[in-house]
Design a protein around this ligand. Structure first.
Ligand SMILES: Cc1cc2nc3c(=O)[nH]c(=O)nc-3n(C[C@H](O)[C@H](O)[C@H](O)COP(=O)(O)OP(=O)(O)OC[C@H]3O[C@@H](n4cnc5c(N)ncnc54)[C@H](O)[C@@H]3O)c2cc1C
Length: 429
């Protein structure tokens, strides 16, 4: 969505293909309902279309985030915001700093996505499953989709693969690695009296801790706070269970994970109705229509981001997107071996360990926004995306309110010369 909006705003004619009946991917269909990695603690690191989504969701009452005055490490703020999940995920200790992160509603996300794409005149085609590329030599010139009406071909001068699983890049012959991480059947419970649950936690912490432990055991793996509040009263978000050993692109594995997930959820509901004050009348509102796959294929691009790069906040001169404290070089969006193709999102060029630390929704959207701009630069200059000057992408991104990470934060370190783009690899402007 971010890639399509960004390319259209810069003047391109854009077709967006989506296999499901709605837009948003994991954020809406996977019901991943907190936007993390918007900040490095000191400054907001993601702007642009991701931030615009927040503003539009907030305007319809479907986004919640802590005001600036509440963003701190204190018992009072922890009590106020922890059950919204709006804290520094990576901080150590049981009490963490409250930061700028956003809880939102999945249906609101789908609706706002529709508005944005309609406003920009993007040709949206849902129910269109990409199946194979159209190639001319090593350049991609379009894709074939499976639809109810049979196969359909869509031509494009530049293709952006935002499938999360590198479906297009892999099909086009780009190199990739097969990553994997736990998968989750995310769900929501309704009819929850969150005030009673809060009071129980505050007044009988030891007992509450034991009940939460038992609940997590039934789930078979979860974050410590297995339920979080949502913008809808009485509806809580459960970003669990954690299930390991499944391949996120195998139909057999995904079928089995879905079966196991639903079984665990049913067990959990039975337990909390009988034991957890506030959950006596809880019901399952929904299990996310798509299973939560955190990692599958990861492309091998012109640069492969490492865990060292992410953890040490290495800054690249061709940075086009930022996350928590890390920077994404444009080269990590250029799959090796295929021309006219860009990738954006969780399948970008990173090691499996690095991707686990750098795949949150806002930075994925920042990559999408950068890919849209890069595609237009390539079209306007009549060059391949690989030859686009990163400085031109950075300039345009700044102009449209995004933060490409061209200006390193005081806490960043310059990447060593061997990790920077080689002189002359990007076309001189
Ligand atoms: C359970 C879980 C919990 C998470 N928790 C958080 C969190 O709390 N906060 C956070 O910020 N991030 C979290 N993440 C990470 C984050 O949700 C993802 O990394 C991010 O949403 C990925 O976005 P994406 O656009 O790259 O991919 P996706 O969201 O996977 O989007 C890919 C899109 O492409 C479509 N598509 C795929 N294949 C095809 C095809 N062949 N043809 C047509 N369309 C196709 C999909 O349907 C989808 O719309 C979590 C992830 C999971 C799974």
């Amino acid at each position: 969505m971010a890639a399509a909006v960004s390319a259209a705003r810069n003047g391109a004619s854009v077709t967006l293909l989506e296999r499901y009946a709605y837009l948003g991917g994991l954020a809406s269909g996977g019901m991943v309902l907190v936007l993390d990695d918007f900040t490095d603690g000191a400054e907001i690191t993601v702007g642009g279309i991701a931030q615009e989504m927040v503003e539009r969701l907030e305007a319809i009452g479907l986004a919640v985030y802590p005001p600036v005055a509440d963003r701190s490490l204190s018992e009072e703020m922890w009590r106020r915001w922890s059950r919204w999940g709006l804290f520094d995920l990576y901080a150590k200790g049981s009490m963490k700093a409250i930061v700028y992160a956003v809880a939102f509603d999945p249906d609101g996300w789908k609706r706002v996505s529709n508005y944005l794409l309609e406003e920009e005149g993007v040709n949206v085609r849902l129910h269109s499953l990409y199946t194979s590329p159209i190639m001319e030599g090593d350049a991609i010139t379009g894709v074939i989709c499976a639809t109810k009406k049979g196969p359909q071909a869509i031509r494009g001068e530049v293709v952006i693969d935002a499938s999360g699983d590198a479906d297009v890049a892999a099909g086009a012959g780009a190199s990739y690695i097969s990553g994997s991480y736990m998968v989750t059947t995310v769900f929501r419970l309704g009819n929850v009296d969150t005030s009673s649950a809060d009071r129980f936690e505050r007044e009988r912490p030891a007992e509450c801790h034991e009940i939460n432990r038992a609940a997590r055991r039934i789930l078979g793996g979860s974050w410590a706070l297995w339920w979080l509040k949502t913008p809808l009263p009485g509806v809580v978000w459960c970003n669990c269970p954690h299930m390991s050993g499944f391949d996120g692109i195998s139909p057999e594995d995904l079928t089995e994970a879905d079966r196991q997930g639903r079984k665990r959820i049913a067990g959990l509901v039975e337990y909390v109705r009988g034991h957890y004050p506030g959950f006596e009348k809880a019901v399952v509102v929904d299990v996310a229509p798509q299973i939560g796959v955190r990692q599958s294929r990861l492309i091998e691009g012109d640069y492969v981001v490492s865990k060292h790069d992410v953890v040490n906040r290495l800054h690249f001169s061709d940075s086009v997107a930022r996350g928590r404290g890390y920077y994404t070089p444009y080269r990590a969006m250029l799959p090796k071996g295929v021309e006219q193709l860009l990738v954006a999102g969780r399948h970008y060029s990173a090691t499996a360990e690095a991707q686990r630390l750098s795949r949150e929704i806002p930075p994925c959207m920042a990559m999408g926004e950068a890919a849209g701009v890069a595609a237009v630069e390539a079209l306007e200059r009549g060059v391949s995306p690989r030859q686009v000057d990163a400085a031109a992408i950075q300039r345009r991104l700044r102009e449209q309110g995004a933060d490409p990470g061209d200006v390193p934060s005081p806490r960043a370190q310059p990447a060593p010369a061997e990790a920077q783009p080689a002189r002359g690899t990007l076309a001189a402007r």
